[in-house]
Design a protein around this ligand. Structure first.
Ligand code: PRX
Length: 678
């Protein structure tokens, strides 16, 4: 694996705890508003005197707000001439028209210019205590070498490169190298199976793949190159696979494979950046929807980068010199926006976490916080819930005094997890920011911060819209709900620069999914409650998408795979509450007549099928074999009934008279009792 020759870490600045109130709900510190110190652009917005007013201004005069921020925070090769040209009802979203820039220059060159020896990346390798630091100069050199290598092998502007790698500096350099030469990247989470990878390579029309020989996570070796070999068998367009060495174990190489580490050494450390239009594609990222086929969401250059940078700075109160620790894998949007693009655009020091929260023991995160002097820690509630079970001693063993902000992402954070995070991890002095957003939104849209210094933070609530974000709640008829203390479908009334522009090769699906349900608004797919005070709390998905350990998966995707088993006639998959994963997967399966296999064997077969075709996290925790599913007379599966049975809420079953065969429910209830008592 490509390693830098010199490792230096600029001392991280440590600001004593910003919040010191012992009160959980109200975190206070009075300060007078100094707009220029808070946000230099705000000084030019007359009459704006406070963070709340700035938020109002960013929504009411969004063109002025975003123009000022874009000019101040991005380096442009050519300035933009129009701030936005958006029509949400048609799914037309364009920002900073006419502008040209290069994202890798914004993430690297400009910082190399001012502080070449500042640490850009700290790679927290799976092997504890073996972290490696890369300065901005080193990361730029590595990026340029990869950029030149890709160019030499025919990758050009407009191509799409698939990256199937663990979280590591070379993966970041590969992403930035694509951005440098104008190619889009398509990072596929390295936990996905060969088939899931192949589907994403084909849909993205990639002819180049970058991978490593083997991955290492939680002490276990995964055969990533072999997975790529299997995947590309069904991808006739793939003409080259770059293979870097994460471990010392050689792998079989074919004529298509290129030894990346060796070849990079032959390349120059200077690589001419492409001038990219604001709306050229920066990356595709596949995510699950309510149908079986994952969607390749498209993010573009300027708007995405600007939004990632601004949210990174203001939601987490990131200051120059801080060490930012986002533990998400780069295969997800959180890794893209807050391990890579946001921190690097801000010239920050960002941690790349390759391991798991419990490897080699449950103190891993906090040992890392102490060793790397992390100031902002950003993780998922599922990991917090897991760590609670191991006890406080694993946290208290380590010095966490550098921590200033704790972030939560990907799923609702329950009060118990929030309080433990706040009290035990943060010792009651670090604000916890529950950040709501999605692959589609590009960056955080609702979070407790930024807010006035004396503003309260309510546990388990995302609370406040970010600058430029205007959330609305809708009733089932599509009316905007204007009062407080009300729940509805969460939509966005205004476009913002970070939002996805389309679904790759399927703009119609983009329009149907996000723009048509509530014409003129962007529909998020989530429900939310607005409290009496006007704060937002996410109540969960309104579609058939579930969230397992913070990973989003469509139930239809799992059903499609289960139904491929020759013994299966049909299936229905639902999510159920799981104490650690947030949601678990529960599958109801109807077998074909005359199938004569032991249920236990079949369960195993089905689990293998799901992990082989999608990924391990999508495997059902429970498989209940039934003779029939509850259906309406028109043949639609009544998932509501299945959910109630699994939640043991039989009083909530409601009206079953519309069912084709109400007796089916009794059988399901009995079967569920039997299964859950095992
Ligand atoms: O349902 C919401 C949930 O995760 C979905 C987005 O998943 P994905 O695109 O994979 O991105 C995850 C990382 C941003 C949302 O539609 N979700 C995300 N954050 C929260 C959340 N649910 C509740 N609270 C959150 N803070």
């Amino acid at each position: 694996m490509w390693l830098p020759c010199r490792c230096t870490l600029r001392a991280a600045s440590f600001t004593p705890g910003f919040f010191s109130s012992p009160c959980l709900n109200v975190l206070r510190r009075k300060s007078s508003w100094n707009s220029a110190a808070f946000m230099p652009e705000a000084a030019a917005f007359q009459g704006v005197s406070g963070r709340d007013e700035l938020r109002d201004f960013s929504v009411s005069d969004s063109d002025r707000f975003w123009a000022a921020v874009a000019r101040q925070r991005l380096n442009w090769i050519r300035p933009f001439h129009r701030v936005q040209d958006c029509d949400l009802s048609r799914g037309r979203i364009e920002w900073f028209e006419g502008g040209k820039l290069n994202v890798s220059v914004n993430c690297l060159d400009r910082h190399v210019h001012t502080c070449p020896e500042r640490v850009a990346l700290i790679w927290e390798r799976d092997e504890r205590g073996s972290e490696v630091r890369y300065t901005y100069r080193e990361l730029l050199e590595m990026t340029c070498r990869v950029g030149n290598l890709l160019r030499r092998h025919g990758v050009k502007k407009g191509d799409c490169v698939t990256i199937y790698m663990p979280t590591c500096p070379l993966a970041v350099a590969s992403m930035l190298a694509c951005a440098r030469i104008g190619a889009a990247h398509n990072v596929v989470f390295a936990g996905f199976s060969a088939e899931a990878l192949a589907e994403r390579i084909r849909d993205a029309e990639s002819s180049t793949v970058i991978t490593v020989n083997q991955g290492v996570r939680g002490g276990k070796v995964t055969e990533l190159k072999k997975t790529v070999d299997a995947a590309v068998q069904s991808c006739p367009n793939v003409r080259q696979v770059f293979v870097a060495m994460r471990t010392d174990n050689p792998v079989a190489m074919t004529a298509r494979d290129i030894a990346m580490d060796e070849e990079m050494l032959k390349e120059d450390v200077v690589c001419e950046p492409e001038a990219m239009g604001s709306e050229d594609v920066l990356f595709l990222l596949y995510t699950s929807g309510s149908t079986g086929k994952p969607k390749g969401l498209v993010h573009t250059q300027a708007g995405y980068l600007l939004y990632a940078a601004l949210t990174h700075r203001y939601v987490f109160s990131y200051h120059d010199g801080d060490v930012f620790g986002c533990v998400a894998d780069i295969g997800w949007i959180t890794g893209h926006s807050y391990a890579v693009y946001g921190p690097l655009a801000n010239g920050g020091t960002t941690v790349l976490f390759e391991s798991t929260p419990i490897y080699p023991d449950p103190g891993r995160y906090w040992d890392m916080v102490e060793r790397l002097k992390i100031n902002q820690f950003y993780g998922a509630p599922t990991a917090i819930r897991l760590l609670i079970k191991y006890g406080d001693q694993w946290v208290k063993k380590y010095d966490r005094s550098t921590l200033k902000t704790l972030g939560s992402v990907g799923e609702p954070i329950n009060t118990e997890a929030w309080e433990w995070y706040y009290r035990v991890v943060g010792e009651g002095r670090c604000p916890v920011v529950d950040t709501w957003w999605q692959t589609e939104t590009g960056g955080i849209c609702i979070a407790p911060k930024p807010s006035e210094p004396d503003a309260e933070i309510v546990p388990g609530m995302a609370m406040r819209p970010f600058f430029g974000i205007k959330p609305v709640l809708m009733d089932t008829e599509g009316n905007v709900l204007t009062s407080n203390n009300i729940s509805g479908a969460l939509c966005m009334a205004q476009p913002w620069p970070g939002m996805a522009r389309t679904i790759h090769n399927n703009h119609q699906r983009f329009i149907e999914t996000y723009c048509q349900p509530y014409p003129g608004y962007f529909f998020t797919g989530d429900g939310a409650h607005r409290s009496q005070e006007g704060y937002y709390q996410i109540t969960g998905r309104l579609d058939d998408v579930i969230n397992v350990s913070g990973h989003r998966i469509g139930t239809a995707e799992i059903e499609d795979v289960v139904n491929q088993c020759p013994a299966v006639a049909e299936s229905a998959v639902i999510g159920y509450s799981h104490s650690i994963k947030g949601q678990g997967v529960y599958a109801f399966v109807v077998l074909k007549k005359d199938v004569n296999i032991q249920e236990a064997d079949l369960s195993k077969q089905l689990s293998n099928l799901v992990s082989g075709k999608i990924a391990k996290y999508a495997c059902p925790d429970f498989i209940q074999f039934v003779t029939r599913l509850p259906k309406t007379r028109s043949g639609k599966i009544m998932r509501r009934v299945l959910r109630k049975v699994v939640e043991c809420d039989l009083d909530g079953l409601g009206d079953l008279s519309t069912l084709d065969d109400p007796a089916a429910v009794q059988e399901i209830i009995q079967g569920h009792k039997k299964l859950s008592s095992k």
